[in-house]
Design a protein around this ligand. Sequence first.
Ligand code: COA
Length: 376
Amino acid sequence: MSEFSPGLAGVVADKSTIGFIDGNAGVLRYRGIRIEELSEKSTFEETAYLLIEGTLPTRDQLAAFDAELRALRGVPDGIIALLRALPTSTHPMVALQAAVAALGGFFPHSDVSDRKKNRDAAVRLTAALPAIVAGFDRIRKGLTVLEPNRSLTHAADFLWLLNGQVPDAQETRILDMCLVMHAEHGFNASTFTGRVVGSSLANPYAVVSAAVGSLSGPLHGGANEEVLEMLREIADVANVDEFMKDRIENKKKIMGLGHRIYKVKDPRADVLQALAEKLFEEKGATPLYDIAYAIEQVAKVKLGPKGIYPNVDFYSGLVYDKLGFAMDLFTPIFAVARVAGWTAHWLEQLQDNRIYRPDALYVGPAEAAYVEIDAR
Ligand code: COA
């Protein structure tokens, strides 16, 4: 058996042409293009094309892809009925996972050998997620579920579906940048989950719902909610030193810091921090940003030598909070973006598929007798 690696750290599980990360230099590229450049110049629609199709689109290709996404927005009535059947206290990630899996009943896709059909499912899934997230949010608030507004961009329509108001250009642009930045990140837990499920030739809705489940955990996508909760609990910059001392001395994790791959600051955290600063300048400051900044300064000194720096979740919660999103929508927003990466990886997995089946290091009893039940 090859070397035992808890958490598969350092294990190269497959080849990929989608996302590149240099964790020591703080570099992230999608299909070779730096995330800083994509978040500044691209849109979610263009980035989704880049991930799913493999290259940047021409103007005509982008227009056709955008039209396809717009046409595929929304979900069947049965999905809305399913969302209505859930308790209103359901976490939106639970609702999202259930609804995505159920899409497999509306769009049967048991044969994954047709590349065109697979690619179409990737686009359908990318187009559908905003309607599920927004639909459930409105249902739980007792509001009417809205129809997509096909005259709006992907990000603007998502905001429309949530709030029933056409968003302003600044709000739309910020959300669009966040979607670009969260769309892909190599073999992270949710993407790897999707690839594992895809490797059994499961249908794409099973692949993405499994990935949603993986993303929901606090060590992955759920961290941005926890960061905001943590900042609110600290409440004042004056409490930061004591909070950090307690966490570090008692070996308790500080949410939004640390990463398996990055040993320097996550490049997306830099972009999000700049976004947060700009947003607070324009819409009014919040003490939470100052607390976050103070944590980063202490962490730089105390945890920096261990390679622990802010990750993507450290500042994203602050941005989403300022944009008015409920805290439990932060991770669903992440999913609305990451679905492009998940489906790109699923398509790649199927190109040269081999089922994932690692070994375990068995540490149980070598041999044990079966004791009859009355004799135990
Ligand atoms: N705060 C304080 N210490 C941390 C830390 C954090 N956020 N993240 C890691 N560490 C420390 C661990 O305590 C451990 O220290 P030790 O070697 O002295 O025992 C060491 O760094 C390695 O941590 P480990 O959990 O084994 O790293 P990992 O690669 O398995 O985990 C994460 C990576 C992201 C899961 C981890 O850093 C974490 O839990 N971060 C907080 C959650 C988060 O923000 N997740 C979003 C990721 S994008």
